[in-house]
Design a binder for this molecule. Structure first.
Ligand code: T4K
Length: 369
């Protein structure tokens, strides 16, 4: 098939430029570019309404969203946070950056999410919180995790970076736990170029988050806590507002292409897939090989055709010795990280490309033991 232009793992879903233009004109007319301006406030309202949430706090990116979430809960300094090893490095680095000690609990090898059955054994008197990730938009077993947390007096922060549009029992998955932190990065389903959002049902926590993102000022501009600059800009909100209007189409398109990949690749018994729940947003298409050698073979075959999938997430972050020198092994996560590849999946990817990519993969795995 050799595509003329490289096909990457993703491309941003962008509204037509003329739909962004009126928002940008408003910025140019008023000169208001930042500091919780009218477009950020509108983006917060519109995103919350689309998600079925009462409110949301928009911030500069998804990493800051996790950091502020951890900080807003007032956890004892230096306490332990139970988390997953199968994630992007930002989950782990946020825990460390905020001065907490990550304790890894291995994943369920079918859902790729932190395994609730293994949480209790990792709880110590120093545990303050659990920080799971809805990996690739597949919701965690939120009811089991929230029940453990309630029973053991722990806070729950969900890394919902992949979870825009994800539902559990008909409501946004962001409603579970004490706080959820999402990302509006260019590579995410909904993008503001760079951006993030935090949802906390508790109004005091919500208020603390707003103060934290704005240098620790309260509404009267008195300094009430140590804060930072985590604001979303008006330009980012303008992009987000235009993109938000297309979210239903974007979601439907992902689901259709996900189903097509899945149907085509299921022809091989040498491939396996994430077990996803109904409310998954299908924002990524991960495929799992029997060995790393098989993965490398397929990756090379795709590269020869100008197709560039990505090894999300590799390595398993518990093995990042430079920042967690003494972390315990997590066999399921480490094994998965060596064998998983995310295939190109985005709005402007033609269906023919999905078919051609599936064909290259099926052909390349034929010879595998
Ligand atoms: N928690 C989790 C579980 C996460 O996955 C992430 C981020 C976070 C927290 C933190 O959220 P943020 O602070 O990022 O908001 C990407 C993204 O940078 C990152 O947002 C994402 N997860 C992570 C899984 O992937 P890379 O290293 O893959 O980026 P890059 O530049 O190689 O982009 C991948 C492909 O996307 C490129 O091949 C082409 C395309 N692309 C990328 C950019 C940046 C575009 O078409 N346009 C663009 O502007 O990290």
């Amino acid at each position: 098939m050799k595509s003329e232009n490289p096909i990457y793992v993703t491309m941003p879903s962008l509204a037509p430029l003329d739909e962004v233009d009126p928002y940008l004109r408003q910025i140019w007319d008023t000169g208001i570019m930042t500091h919780n301006g009218p477009l950020v406030q509108r983006f917060e309202r519109d995103f919350a309404a689309w998600s079925g949430l009462p409110h949301i706090v928009a911030v500069g990116n998804g990493t800051l969203a996790i950091q502020l979430a951890l900080r807003a809960l007032g956890l004892p300094p230096g306490s332990e946070v139970i988390t997953t090893p199968f994630t992007f490095i930002a989950t782990l680095s946020s825990i460390l950056y905020e001065g907490f000690r990550p304790v890894f609990v291995d994943i369920d090898p079918e859902t790729f999410n932190l395994d609730p059955a293994k949480i209790e054994a990792a709880i110590t008197p120093r545990t303050a919180a659990i920080l799971p990730v809805h990996v690739f938009g597949n919701p965690c077993d939120v009811e089991a995790i929230d029940a453990i947390a309630r029973r053991r007096g722990l806070k729950v922060i969900y890394d919902a970076a992949h979870a825009v549009g994800v539902k559990v029992r008909g409501q946004s998955v962001l409603m579970y736990g004490d706080v959820s932190a999402t990302s509006f990065h260019a590579t995410k389903l909904l993008n503001t170029s760079e951006g993030g959002g935090i949802y906390a049902a508790d109004s005091q926590i919500d208020n603390t988050l707003r103060e934290l993102r704005f240098f620790g000022y309260d509404d009267a501009k008195s300094v009430v806590r140590v804060g930072t600059n985590a604001k979303m800009t008006e330009v980012n909100a303008a992009i987000g507002l235009a993109n938000l209007r297309h979210m239903d189409e974007v979601l439907a398109d992902r689901r259709a292409k996900y189903a097509l990949y899945r149907r085509l690749l299921s022809q091989s018994d040498k491939l396996s897939f994430q077990r996803i729940a109904d409310g998954c947003n299908c924002s990524y298409f991960p495929v799992v090989f029997r060995s790393e050698a098989a993965l490398l073979n397929v990756e090379a075959a795709l590269r020869r055709e100008n197709v560039f999938p990505r090894r999300y997430f590799q390595p398993s972050v518990n093995t990042c010795r430079a920042i967690v020198p003494e972390a315990a092994p997590c066999p399921f996560s480490e094994s998965l990280a060596e064998r998983i590849l995310c295939l190109p999946l985005y709005s402007t990817l033609p269906e023919d490309a999905v078919r051609a990519i599936a064909e290259i993969i099926l052909d390349a795995v034929k010879e595998d033991a």
